[in-house]
Design a protein around this ligand. Structure first.
Ligand code: F6P
Length: 356
């Protein structure tokens, strides 16, 4: 049995824990096994940059952040375009797979990476995928590994901001990762006790945001915490065409939505506003125990699918069970926050404003 493995896209916690699960289980399932690790994601598969992974490579990495294989972004939308030297990237990946006489390729990836995994699967390679991303935005699984670790860091950021916001009677905006999906912001906002949560799925009205701040001020809370997703969008901007909105983003003087919001809030309320962006700290450090367990279980299931020669699937968590879902059914689909979901309604009952 010859297995290739790669980690692709933005890194997150528990990538190593997942590979450890795959590797250790495979070594227990097969007597005659070779594992090849591709370096820097699909880049390694395209350009034949790989190394053989030994049993020992999978030891001591359970709690280590990042990825021992390295990663990179290989955008799906240009995957069928030749590289700068005219190389056909898809053909090159298939060539590397065949040259190494692989029986299977394990891909640890998020939305874009799984589209490529599906493409490879559809073109005849044996592929098994594991759902990675701090955004938890992959269709077909209730949870991705990385999400809870990142939420933990974002929550700690809000916790730290709370005391300083209260001391100075300021409005604090904490910008949380997630361009398209606001799940991280929703969870960290709830866990950190944010007063206002702004996510891409619920366009905000600046008046509603300011009213909430002023209402809190009136009733004695002279500070407010706003958890804002990177991709939060105002109601007015949500009415723009994709092209016009992109143009606005390209031309605006603010580095991100949080700074624009800060300006608007200050202009309308006169209360001092500060912005904190934890940024890539959210993807760093050791995975929390939840992610270690989930990643390990995903990895073991991936190994079992390989043993059964059940290819073309992503391992997933559905209603607390580890299952498989066909890659072709989930590739390219995102899991958004439903504005009418129970959790959003609960948050509203708590008094949290979504700016709607
Ligand atoms: O997809 C994971 C993610 O961390 C997003 O939440 C974030 O918007 C993006 O990646 C950042 O990408 P990069 O590391 O390429 O700047």
């Amino acid at each position: 049995m010859r297995v290739g493995m790669l980690t692709s896209g933005g890194d997150c916690q528990a990538l190593n824990a997942t590979m450890r699960g795959v590797g250790k289980a495979l070594f227990n399932l097969f007597d005659d096994l070779e594992i090849y690790g591709f370096e820097s994601g699909y880049h390694g598969l395209i350009y034949s940059e790989y190394h053989k992974m030994e049993r020992s490579d999978f030891s001591g990495i359970l709690n280590i952040g990042g990825t021992i294989l390295g990663t990179s972004r290989t955008p799906f939308k240009t995957i069928n375009e030749p590289d700068e030297n005219g190389l056909d990237k898809v053909e090159a990946m298939k060539h590397t797979y065949r040259q190494l006489r692989l029986d299977c390729l394990v891909v640890l990836g998020g939305n874009g990476s799984l589209k490529t995994a599906n493409l490879l699967s559809q073109s005849g390679l044996n592929v098994v995928a594991c759902p990675k991303t701090i955004d938890n935005d992959l269709w077909g699984t209730d949870m991705t590994f990385g999400f809870h670790s990142a939420v933990n860091i974002a929550t700690e950021a809000i916790d730290c901001i709370h005391t300083t916001a209260a001391s100075h009677k300021r409005v604090f905006i904490v910008e949380i990762m997630g361009h398209k999906v606001g799940l991280m912001t929703l969870y960290a906002g709830l866990a950190g006790g944010a007063d206002i949560i702004l996510i891409p799925e619920i366009p905000y009205h600046i008046d509603a945001v300011c009213n909430k701040i002023l209402e809190r001020y009136k009733y004695g809370s002279k500070f407010s915490i706003i958890a804002v997703a990177e991709g939060a969008i105002s109601y007015e901007d949500s009415l723009k065409s994709k092209k016009d909105y992109k143009k606005k983003l390209a031309e605006r003087k603010y580095p991100s939505v949080s700074y624009e919001l800060a300006d608007e809030v200050f202009k309308r309320t006169g209360i001092e506003v500060r912005v904190t962006v934890p940024g890539h700290t959210q993807r760093g450090g050791a995975p929390v125990p939840y992610d270690r367990v989930l990643a390990t279980r995903f990895g073991i299931e991936a190994a079992q699918l390989i043993k059964k020669q059940d290819f073309g699937n992503m391992v997933a968590l559905v209603k607390n069970d580890i299952v498989k879902v066909p890659l072709k059914d989930i590739a390219g689909k995102l899991k958004y926050v439903n504005p009418d979901s129970q959790i959003v309604k609960e948050a509203k009952l708590l008094g949290i404003s979504f700016g709607d």
